[in-house]
Ligand binder design. Structure first.
Ligand code: FEO
Ligand code: CA
Ligand code: CA
Ligand code: CA
Length: 602
């Protein structure tokens, strides 16, 4: 990573108060400016954004998508060893959409069918944007229009399936009779930059895009809750074109000519995109498992050692996973193929503060014994389980079930992870869990219910990220003023008006080692609008740095390598933001700079 890891984690700004204003609030001495809102012209003929919602599907395919989320800044000279803070590729996810804002009068139906171009536009508003950005001599950032790097990846872009699930018979569709390809990535929440300069987009709540009205669903769907209707009814597009009907995965919809029963099995993965190669096909890396991936965070890569990354599954009572590559990292040759072969583990947080990584592998005798016991019992939890996984591909397709079998610790909705560049400790947000019962708590998830969430952290044994044991503690409990985080009988944090917060979600260590915490929670008093705080991981000094506009969540944060320009995403704002004159809300990035040109948060 660029920057100068060191003890530069002290917070130097005056915290801001909670806010109900329909604007971004930052500390005195800082400036916040909206940038690249939904609809910004990006590729092709650079179609101008129309404020009345009349841009076409084709226009949206050439414009920045909606509902900005995870984001990373790649210095333009990264591949030659540089660390430019003045020019780079800003890559971001577009998690989902607001149909009311996207179209002139919301989603429309004629005889229960949807106009094709509305569906096309909705699919195009999802996915990923690669945006070539540059700072001028006055410090103002702009899009480099006409750059070959500018790119849209959408819910319709062709992709390859890689890793153990590639070619598995449960991925065969009409589009890909050999089970090696699919179209699109959806519900891309958080992300992770790889050690070799590519971008991994997560597929989180992908199950909601598919409809399956069958009385019984296969286990690889039922464990995710695929419903009989889809979130946006794309399968009801009036033309019945293959690219739309593929979202109906019921057996009844399938005929010999139109068989998309397995389409949903091509979703739920981490998707690698090479922003420096605009012609490259995105690659779904199946060895990292199939679940509701919130994002992925890589441990710092070490020459001659395995590559290690962590990923949370954001649903109530789901798990935290770790992938350890079979092959070792070599800076000269490293690429995404390192992610195709390795071991996927799931975390068990023991009540004594220790933890274990449980391998999800048919090569592991302990796992196989538990799997066979589950077959004998006939179920895993409430899910029928009458046949063992037929292969590692089958296991990975059913990662959640495999983790259930292994005995992982059900968590309070694992969202983003972050690795401290100074200590190697791994942090994860556990955003909240309204459904945890008082008698169903454990030491790592001690609140039942847990309405406001907490942040957990651990150190791998010997500070070796490939280790199979760790030691964990709770970094902070979120909540109202007076909420204490107690260690050995002492309150190491007591929240007050300067740092009360709820539902931590986005989490990122900057290049100096400050921890940034973003929220996606209740905007009722005392919390008000969602926010971002900075934390000193050594002292647990936490201060509110940023408050978003009305109705939004604050998600996605990165800086330039010099830590002097910060990019923060605002997702699902309400009307009149960022344009005070527009009823049509526009998700946007916010650029934060310090007026004296200094390091953000210093
Ligand atoms: Fe898309 Fe778990 O937040
Ligand atoms: Ca999130
Ligand atoms: Ca969230
Ligand atoms: Ca969101």
């Amino acid at each position: 990573s660029p920057g100068n890891p060191g003890s530069q984690v002290e917070l130097g700004f005056e915290p801001v108060a909670v806010s109900t204003l329909n604007k971004v609030v930052v500390p005195a001495g800082y400036t916040a400016t909206a940038f690249v809102p939904w609809g910004t012209p990006l590729t092709g003929g650079l179609p101008e954004f129309r404020t009345d919602g009349t841009n076409s599907g084709a226009d949206q395919e050439s414009q920045v998508g909606m509902h900005h989320d995870g984001m990373h800044f790649f210095p333009i000279d990264l591949k030659s060893g540089g660390s430019s803070s003045a020019e780079g590729l800003l890559v971001m996810n577009h998690e989902y959409i607001n149909q009311d804002a996207l179209h002139p009068a919301g989603a429309t139906y004629v005889n229960d069918k949807r106009p094709d171009d509305e569906v096309r536009k909705e699919i195009a508003a999802h996915g990923v944007s690669v945006i070539h950005v540059k700072r001028d001599g006055n410090g103002a950032w702009s899009v480099v229009h006409g750059s070959n790097y500018n790119r849209r990846v959408t819910g319709g872009t062709e992709m390859d399936i890689r890793g153990p699930v590639r070619g598995f018979d449960k991925l065969v569709t009409k589009f890909s009779p050999d089970g090696t390809r699919t179209r699109g990535t959806l519900n891309n929440c958080s992300m992770g930059p790889t050690p070799w300069g590519t971008y991994m987009a997560a597929e989180e709540n992908w199950h909601g895009y598919f409809a399956n009205g069958d009385a019984e669903q296969p286990r690889e769907q039922v464990r995710h809750g695929v419903g009989d209707a889809s979130r946006y009814d794309w399968e009801l597009a009036e033309s019945g074109a293959d690219e739309f009907v593929r979202f109906n995965i019921s057996t009844l919809a399938a005929s010999a000519a139109e068989d998309y029963r397995n389409e949903a099995n091509t979703y739920g993965f981490m998707v690698e995109i090479d922003p420096f190669n605009p012609q490259s096909k995105p690659q779904k890396r199946t060895a990292l498992g199939r679940f509701g991936h919130e994002g992925v965070i890589f441990a710092p890569a070490k020459q001659g050692k395995p590559v290690v990354c962590y990923s949370g599954d954001d649903s109530r009572f789901e798990y935290i996973y770790k992938f350890v590559s079979a092959n070792n990292y070599d800076a000269a040759t490293a690429d995404g193929s390192l992610l195709d072969n390795g071991t996927l583990y799931v975390a068990r947080f023991n009540d004594d503060g220790s933890g274990d990584w449980l391998p999800l592998s048919l090569d592991n005798a302990g796992f196989v014994a538990k799997m066979n016991a589950a077959v004998n019992a006939g179920s895993v939890g409430s899910i029928p389980f009458t046949a063992p996984f037929s292969s590692q591909a089958d296991l990975l397709l059913n990662t959640r079930l495999a983790a259930d079998i292994a005995g992982a610790t059900p968590m309070d909705r694992p969202e983003w992870g972050a690795v401290d560049p100074n200590t190697g400790e791994v942090y994860f947000t556990l955003t909240n869990n309204s459904r945890r019962e008082p008698d169903d708590t454990n030491a790592a998830n001690p609140l039942g219910p847990n309405p406001t969430g907490h942040i957990i952290r651990w150190m791998e044994k010997g500070n070796n990220h490939a280790a199979t044991e760790f030691e964990w503690d709770i970094f902070v409990f979120a909540g109202e003023a007076g909420t204490e985080t107690v260690v050995d009988g002492n309150a190491v944090v007591t929240l007050d008006d300067t740092n009360l917060f709820n539902s931590p979600d986005g989490l990122w260590f900057d290049y100096k080692g400050k921890l940034w915490i973003q929220t996606d929670g209740s905007d009722a008093p005392p919390y008000q609008n969602n926010m971002m705080l900075a934390a000193n991981p050594e002292t647990r000094d936490i201060r509110r740095f940023f408050v978003g506009p009305v109705g939004c969540e604050v998600t996605g944060v990165v800086t330039t390598p010099d830590c002097k320009t910060m990019f923060v995403n605002i997702q699902h704002p309400e009307a009149n933001w960022p344009d005070a004159s527009s009823e049509r809300p526009r998700d946007a990035t916010v650029i934060v700079t310090k007026d004296d040109g200094g390091v953000i948060g210093s």
